[in-house]
Design a protein around this ligand. Structure first.
Ligand SMILES: Cc1ncc(COP(=O)(O)O)c(C=O)c1O
Length: 437
């Protein structure tokens, strides 16, 4: 570890809690935070100027690449407008028009500053609109950092004793989250329509909404299916339950219409963030006009907004990001490169008889280390993972200049040559990791 890093880290711990600005900033493989001096395209540079090919891309917030010139230019133009808070501006509307054009569920838009704020607001809106309290969540899905989202929020904290025929138990609340929160939730095994159907039949009258991710990239990469999502849609319609898709991480990865377009199922509300602006703080709740209108109810509105909602920097970045994504063939060319990379890395694992599986959908992927079998659910994932081998592999990758953190993205700026070089580095890392077996 370099002197610059060590002294920065020591100093940071005297001023920043834990030396970082977010709990999620500790790298799971090194146990330490990474500090950057700058980021550009597919690369990040640490405090010593060491270059890494980045497969984290800001927690999936920058799939178009770091420091995209088009986005930087759009933000510089905001300085000409004069940056301010608490007012809308034509840029606010321009972004909303683009979102409505591309995202199937978007009839109306309301901006928030973060994804967590958007998922929290969607829960309040569903409750306010339906007059019911309970929220159904998929056991193990991540929806950010607020109290309703934290119980059982990752695969490692799920009710794995659930045989798949009942509501799941909350196995972890997280310090500071009261157990009364659990009384407002039902957690169910994901991709299991029978449990949701049974629950809706018996308790539908108390359920305001079901909230889930259409593709789970927080636990690697596990997809859903059109059949499952269609069945959820049907049950929601039968019981007056609101269907909410969290597309904070899945949005704009499989295409500009997000995962809902990919699966062809339209929810009542959706949450967008991260890729919407490619690294600039802004998120949004979008949905059916009549539901969204509850926010402006003249008698008893669902309060939604704040000083920085719809901030101009975020709106400018969002317009620039969507303009890039609107280019004909943009996703196709990108995904072709990405799929070749997934295949190449899988072939490297197979050739070296290394127990690991690459699962990717669009530009975001997971690598499950410990087994050669595909991972379809959290039980598969937790039971088959070899944590020591996984850590060994990704530590070796990082020593050799590839950066991995919690979820993995191949940005639009990772060109074919860089991906081929990265795969070769992984080949070497696999060889080294095998020595630890
Ligand atoms: C699926 C999902 N929902 C919500 C969030 C929360 O978003 P934010 O970090 O912007 O609060 C995240 C963040 O990683 C996420 O992956």
């Amino acid at each position: 570890m370099s002197t610059t890093y060590t002294s920065y880290w020591r100093d940071a711990q005297r001023y920043l809690t834990g030396g970082v600005s977010s709990n999620f900033r500790i790298n799971p493989f090194t146990g330490q935070p990474m500090y950057l001096s700058r980021a550009d395209g597919a690369f990040i540079y640490d405090l010593d100027g060491r270059q890494f090919t980045d497969f984290f891309m800001g927690h999936g917030a920058c799939p178009l690449g770091h420091n995209r010139p088009e986005i930087a230019k759009a933000m510089r133009q905001v300085f000409d407008v004069g940056f301010f808070a608490e007012f809308d501006h034509p840029l606010t509307l321009e972004l909303a028009k683009k979102i409505v054009r591309h995202v199937p569920s978007a009839e109306r838009v309301r901006y928030t500053n973060s994804g967590s704020e958007a998922t929290l607001l969607s829960i309040r809106l569903a409750r306010g609109y339906t007059g019911r309290t309970r929220i159904v969540r998929a056991d193990g899905h991540f929806h950010g950092g607020h109290d309703y989202a934290l119980p059982n929020n990752l695969a490692t904290f799920t009710d794995r004793d659930n045989p798949g025929d009942r509501v799941s138990r909350i196995v972890r609340y997280t310090a500071g989250v009261p157990e009364t929160i659990g009384e407002t939730l039902y957690l169910i095994p994901w991709n299991n329509i029978e449990v949701f159907d049974k629950l809706a039949r018996s308790k539908g009258h108390e359920i305001a909404a079901i909230l889930m991710n259409p593709i789970d990239y927080n636990n690697g990469c596990i997809g859903s299916s059109t059949e499952y999502l269609q069945a959820v849609r049907r049950i929601c319609d039968e019981h007056g339950i609101m269907f909410i898709l969290d597309e904070i991480l899945s949005g704009f990865r499989t295409g500009i219409s997000c995962a809902q377009g990919y699966y062809g199922v339209t929810p009542d509300l959706s949450l967008l963030g991260k890729a919407l602006t490619n690294g600039v703080p802004l998120a949004a709740i979008v949905g059916k006009e009549k539901i969204m209108a509850k926010m402006m109810d003249p008698v008893d509105p669902v309060i939604a907004g704040g000083t920085f909602s719809g901030n101009l920097m975020g709106c400018a970045a969002g317009i620039a990001s969507l303009t890039i994504m609107e280019q004909p063939g943009f996703f196709e060319t990108w995904h072709e490169r990405v799929d070749t990379f997934y295949e190449t890395v899988q072939a490297i694992f197979d050739e070296q008889d290394f127990p690991a599986v690459v699962q990717g959908l669009g530009c975001t992927f997971g690598i499950y280390v410990g087994s050669r079998e595909p991972v379809r659910n959290y039980r598969d994932m937790v039971e088959s993972t070899n944590p020591a081998l996984r850590t060994a592999l990704f530590r070796k990758c990082m020593e050799k200049g590839l950066y991995f953190h919690t979820d993995f993205t191949v940005s639009a700026q990772h060109d074919g040559r860089l991906l081929a070089e990265s795969a070769e580095i992984m080949r070497e890392a696999v060889r080294k990791a095998k020595e630890t077996l």
